[in-house]
Write a protein that binds this ligand. Structure first.
Ligand SMILES: [Zn+2]
Length: 156
């Protein structure tokens, strides 16, 4: 889970919304303060824009997991070596270990989500929601009026 933060173009209010990691959802957002609708292109209308990550990218995440893991191990060994030989270590090295650990965990989770089919299920849900929105003529017209490119198959 993540969130997107932005500014309402109508009233200037700070808008913070929860979203999934790839920001799937309607690009037409409603300002919680002034209730005006505005276009936020960071959101992906998946029936139009497609998914950010292909279902076949499991290998990529496995590779990234191994890469981050090796990087983390090398940094830890280096850190141990620095402590035993010099009694001190650069803080940057600790930062590298933190980044490596977070990267390893993040990629491993993504890998598991893909191979267990969890990601496909989530994607199917987002696709169904997106298609449902696009069946609404008013919604499609609104997207177009906001300058969003809508393929002909969704126009009526
Ligand atoms: Zn507003």
């Amino acid at each position: 889970m993540g969130s997107v933060q932005g500014t309402c173009p109508k009233c200037g209010a700070q808008v913070r919304e929860k979203c999934n990691a790839w920001v799937y959802g309607s690009p037409i957002r409603t300002c919680p303060k002034c209730k005006n609708e505005f276009l936020d292109k960071r959101w992906r209308e998946v029936a139009i824009d497609g998914f950010a990550v292909g279902p076949k990218s499991a290998k990529l995440y496995l590779g990234a997991t191994i890469g981050f893991l090796l990087f983390t191990i090398i940094c830890i060994l280096w850190l141990r070596n620095m402590i035993s030989t010099q009694g001190s270590y650069p803080t940057k090295l600790v930062g590298c270990i933190v980044v490596g650990t977070v990267g390893t965990a993040g990629c491993a989770v993504m890998f598991l989500r893909i191979i267990t089919g969890y990601e496909d299920k989530q994607n199917a849900r987002y696709m169904a929601e997106s298609k449902r929105r696009l069946q609404d003529q008013n919604y499609v017209d609104k997207l177009i009026s906001f300058g969003y490119t809508v393929p002909d198959e969704f126009k009526y």
